[in-house]
Design a protein around this ligand. Structure first.
Ligand code: URA
Length: 268
């Protein structure tokens, strides 16, 4: 057997075992060698600059410094008068590095204007492929959890605090979350739900300004300022966590019954 020809496969096996599951470029990059200075902009015939797709990341441009990116995110999000515009603005926004490694934006699913808006962490591989949140195994569990309280997925509005898949499904960094936060806040304002259900620590802590872990926060109601009104927000466990810790499903079940009670309350 030619062991040399096996070496690339061993390397691939090592990458897969380390959690690498997507290529992010066609050519390997030696990050130990200083980057070449940016090439001058190419002038097309007639003196016009060659155009990139609007919003497409320049392959050489360094990502915007986080403060700039966060400021741009706030300004863009604030300027969106409706959800379609917000989605289009996100498509053109290059301030979050996750966009460069994700296949596509995963904006939302379900019905804008629904009474309940559910917010998770970030798209996974299935969501990144399909372009809708919560369509993989965690999403299927979410559908069953909702069905258990008599709610169909199409009767809620679903999004994530970060709309691009982090490589290898890692948790988004605080910086990535901070940059994306103005967009999800605006999405909530524009979708105008009566109730929020935050699933998992990142959505709960960042949207509801909490520091405790999710096992302390779950089951508690908080107030979320939707802009025009303060609405109740319930923290619960993330379905992906429940897939790993099925014994905790009873806690999530308790939370969903609390949500259902609010939905059915005459004053709600
Ligand atoms: N986990 C999330 O938090 N969001 C998704 O869309 C899928 C899995």
């Amino acid at each position: 057997m030619n062991t040399q020809s096996l070496a690339p496969y061993r390397l691939l096996e090592f990458f897969v075992a380390s959690g690498v599951d997507i290529p992010i470029g066609d050519e390997p990059v030696n990050r130990l060698v200083p980057a070449a200075p940016p090439a001058p902009a190419v002038e097309a015939q007639g003196g016009e600059r060659t155009e990139r797709r609007p919003g497409a990341p320049s392959p050489l441009a360094a990502p915007a410094p986080p403060d700039d990116a966060a400021r741009t995110a706030r300004e863009l999000a604030r300027s969106a008068p409706d959800l379609d515009t917000l989605r289009n603005l996100l498509e053109t926004f290059d301030g979050c590095a996750l966009k460069a490694t994700a296949s596509r934006l995963v904006f939302a699913d379900g019905t804008p204007g629904a009474r309940v808006m559910i917010i998770g962490e970030a798209p996974g591989r299935d969501e990144d492929e399909i372009g809708r949140p919560f369509v993989g195994r965690a999403g299927q569990l979410l559908d069953r959890m909702l069905a258990a309280i008599g709610v169909d997925r199409s009767a809620v509005y679903i999004a994530n605090i970060v709309p691009w898949r982090p490589p290898g499904n890692r948790t988004p960094t605080p910086q990535e979350i901070a940059i994306c936060l103005p967009f999800i806040r605006r999405q909530i304002e524009l979708a105008r739900p009566d109730f929020l259900l935050t699933m998992g620590a990142p959505a709960t802590q960042n949207l509801l300004s909490q520091k405790d872990g999710i096992l302390r926060l779950r089951g508690r109601w908080f107030e979320f300022d939707r802009g025009d009104a303060k609405i109740p927000a319930l923290a619960t466990l993330h379905p992906a966590y429940l897939l790993r810790q099925p014994a905790q499903k009873s806690l999530a079940w308790r939370d969903l019954r609390a949500l259902k009670a609010k939905l059915d309350a005459p004053s709600a």
